[in-house]
Write a protein that binds this ligand. Structure first.
Ligand SMILES: Nc1ncnc2c1ncn2[C@@H]1O[C@H](COP(=O)(O)OP(=O)(O)OP(=O)(O)O)[C@@H](O)[C@H]1O
Ligand SMILES: [Mg+2]
Length: 241
């Protein structure tokens, strides 16, 4: 049994928004460690700082103090509403090939297309989708496209911020199964943000509970949900029944 490798470490991270007098701290001494092939859940009420943590990990929100250590290539985001991140004027094929066009050693056009087709199939979209525009896709299909973009970029770590919250239950299930399948097959790691405890329970190995920018409890999902220790976790669980 080899030692598990860590893909991401966050140590005593403090971060927030605004400058000087207007500065408002959102995250307080957040620690996290994510192993290769692990799915770490993050729950907590609206406004507690979940998205801020994922933005800080990506470098979009500056750290006031603490450390963020990446042990793998740059993580990719999968958002709640992928529509806003997909260029509405471009076909899906073009969108999927975009990260490949941006690479330093550009692949020839034929190979780019081939990769786009392969990734589209891998997320359950056949080749005909490459000729469609984002606006002609359902929410679930758009979410498949944004997952394919992450894969094309070769990310081993995916920050998934409420990736299934905007979808109805049947489609939610399909996207969750897709993400679980890819995770297993490619040994991906996810930081999986959701306010839905059922979704967290089904998806995650471990979970962190955030309250007002602090992690108040962390552990194996079965343990945290089965025998919560922190009053706030108990409150969240009671509220979701
Ligand atoms: N760009 C910003 N500038 C200033 N304040 C912000 C900005 N983005 C978020 N905030 C504030 O930071 C706090 C945490 O927001 P964040 O989006 O991280 O919450 P969240 O846990 O993701 O909530 P939700 O579950 O609703 O998505 C909130 O008080 C929010 O108003
Ligand atoms: Mg959020």
């Amino acid at each position: 049994m080899g030692r598990k490798s860590t893909v991401l470490e966050v140590r005593r991270l403090c971060a927030g928004y605004g400058k000087r007098k207007k500065y408002r701290q959102v995250l307080f001494d957040v620690d996290l460690c994510l192993d290769r092939g692990e799915i770490l859940g993050l729950v907590g009420e609206s406004g507690c700082g979940k998205s801020t943590l994922s933005k800080a990990i990506l470098g979009f929100v500056p750290a006031k103090s603490g450390q963020i250590i990446h042990h793998t290539s740059r993580p990719q985001m999968v958002f709640q509403d992928p529509f806003s991140s997909l260029n509405p004027g471009k076909k899906i094929g073009w969108i999927l090939e975009e990260p490949l066009r941006m690479q330093k050693d550009r692949l020839p056009a034929g190979e780019r297309r081939e990769k786009a087709v392969t990734m589209a199939r891998r997320v359950g979209l056949d080749e005909s989708f490459l000729e469609r525009y984002p606006g002609d896709l359902s929410g679930g299909q758009r979410q498949r496209v944004s997952i394919a973009i992450s894969l094309i970029q070769g990310s081993e770590l995916i920050l998934a911020d409420e990736p299934v919250s905007a979808l109805d239950v049947t489609i939610q299930k399909q996207i969750m199964e897709l993400m679980l399948g890819l995770q297993e097959e490619l040994q991906l790691s996810y930081l999986f943000i959701s306010h839905d405890l059922d979704v967290i329970y089904q998806m995650c190995d471990r979970v962190m509970v955030m309250q007002a920018g602090r992690i108040v409890e962390e552990g194996e999902v079965e343990r945290v949900f089965g025998a919560p220790e922190h009053p706030y976790t108990k409150e969240l669980l009671a509220a979701s029944l």
